[in-house]
Design a protein around this ligand. Sequence first.
Ligand SMILES: CC(C)(COP(=O)(O)OP(=O)(O)OC[C@H]1O[C@@H](n2cnc3c(N)ncnc32)[C@H](O)[C@@H]1OP(=O)(O)O)[C@@H](O)C(=O)NCCC(=O)NCCS
Length: 184
Amino acid sequence: MTVIRTKRFTLRPIEKTDAPRFAFLCNDLEIARHTARIPHPYTRQDAELFVDQLIAARIKGDEHAFAVCRDHDIIACAGTLQTGERVWEIGYWVGADYRGDGVASEIADAMVQFAIGEMGAEVITAGYFIDNPVSGRVLEKIGFRDTGETVMITSLGRKQPVSSYRLELDVASFSGSRDVVIEA
Ligand SMILES: CC(C)(COP(=O)(O)OP(=O)(O)OC[C@H]1O[C@@H](n2cnc3c(N)ncnc32)[C@H](O)[C@@H]1OP(=O)(O)O)[C@@H](O)C(=O)NCCC(=O)NCCS
């Protein structure tokens, strides 16, 4: 199974035993409000279901989610989902205690490198809710550009649809961090 090493973190496949830690980290309104699939409050049962779904998707091959570990503690999550022929979408969240320190920027870059290098992505997309400029900045730094399109996406955390900007990466001109090592 693939392990990705960045300058500071190890991204490894999510395991069933990660559910309690995910339950703790995701029981956070900030994560629930800015993502689609995370309800609030977030229970241990929600986390177990989430982890099971991600393991099934990995086996199927159309979604790869990674636990982002610093030393041995999970501090964040990053993943990529196939949405079309050679088209992959990336996503991420960072635990409350670990924000504002470049974590998202480092792991989003790693996800792009994984999608291109291991999944053969030719188009990489991402999106963020219009009231989440921090995520917009993370994507902009990597080289994602606004497509000019917005879509309504239901956030389970808000229990309502939210307008979301759609972005695309210019894969040809992408140059990721050289610190990323992918061990397939
Ligand atoms: C969004 C999120 C992933 C950012 O994680 P992070 O590790 O703190 O992000 P980073 O430190 O790598 O980068 C944040 C960038 O946004 C900038 N920023 C901070 N507040 C900002 C604001 N209000 N407007 C614009 N940019 C802002 C920071 O300065 C930094 O940019 P810089 O490196 O050029 O200085 C994190 O806040 C999170 O998990 N939020 C909840 C879930 C979520 O939003 N997931 C993304 C869904 S699309």
